[in-house]
Design a protein around this ligand. Structure first.
Ligand code: ADP
Ligand code: MG
Length: 254
């Protein structure tokens, strides 16, 4: 059993305060959906959890099974079992995905050839052509192809907690179904804990959330069960938004 605990998390860039007191616990086997308007800080939360440079935690804490993550490098967080699918996966020229898998499979556990066979099987299930494993990671791939490759890493590296930032963006209907179905299976069979950031219910139809959280202005303003996602789909975020002083002020510009 693993638990990611986020307590009263405040974070900023040198110029902007973005996270304003996030409280959230994600345990093994649980799926938490985070939904909220553009610019509310969802991707920033994922970056801060993973330790991306350029953001500083000014208050609160992040722990994984009681270990304080805030001072750790990204690779150390990954080694402890945290995994992030970026909203915009980066392209890495000169580093083929196959070398990532081969290196990660060199661990003393299990048989290398057997593990490699497992990667090939998972790639086939996820609809990833072998050629994609041989070129630079994500290089010249469509948005959906990148998300499939990121999912292959998730499935084979076996983290304990995964953050999926708009995994659905770019994926076609079949891709969305196969990817979300595979991740749902990971939560059931391997006890993966998931924090999934999304705008759409379609992903949540396969990857069934235990809880849905609405994120506005850098914090969770309300949490509920999956019916909250249905409510958001029909009514939008307006009910949870603060009063629009900015738009009034900008009105003076016209
Ligand atoms: P979301 O993922 O919810 O759409 P983001 O976390 O990407 O929102 O961004 C939240 C706000 O913080 C946005 O207004 C964005 O412009 C700003 N922001 C994010 N990262 C930075 C950064 N590195 N420097 C300055 N502003 C940033
Ligand atoms: Mg985002």
């Amino acid at each position: 059993m693993t638990e990611l605990q986020i307590k009263d998390l405040h974070a900023r860039t040198p110029t902007t305060q973005i996270l304003n007191g996030v409280n959230l616990n994600v345990r093994s086997g649980e799926v938490h959906a985070l939904m909220g308007p553009n610019g509310s800080g969802k991707s920033t939360l994922s970056h801060v959890l993973m330790g991306r440079p350029g953001y500083s935690v000014t208050q609160g804490e992040i722990t994984l099974d009681g270990v304080d993550l805030t001072g750790l490098q990204t690779w150390e967080r990954a080694q402890l079992g945290l995994f992030l699918v970026l909203q915009y996966p980066v392209e890495i020229e000169g580093v083929p995905a196959s070398s990532i898998f081969e290196t990660s499979l060199l661990s003393p556990e299990g048989d290398f050839e057997e593990n490699l066979h497992h990667v090939r099987q998972e790639a086939e299930y996820l609809g990833i052509p072998t050629g994609h494993l041989l070129r630079g990671v994500n290089l010249d791939m469509s948005g959906g192809e990148k998300k499939r490759l990121e999912t292959l890493q998730l499935v084979t590296l076996k983290p304990s907690i995964a953050i999926l930032d708009e995994l659905d963006s770019g994926l076609d209907i079949d891709g969305l179904r196969v990817v979300s179905n595979r991740i749902e299976r990971l939560t059931k069979e391997d006890g993966l804990g998931v924090l999934v950031i999304t705008h759409y219910n379609r992903l949540l139809e396969e990857l069934k959330p235990d809880q849905v959280h609405v994120f506005v202005e850098g914090r969770i303003v309300v949490s509920g069960d999956s019916s909250l996602a249905d409510e958001l789909e029909s009514d939008g975020y307006e009910k949870w938004m603060p009063s629009t002083e900015t738009s009034v002020a900008l009105g003076g510009l016209s």
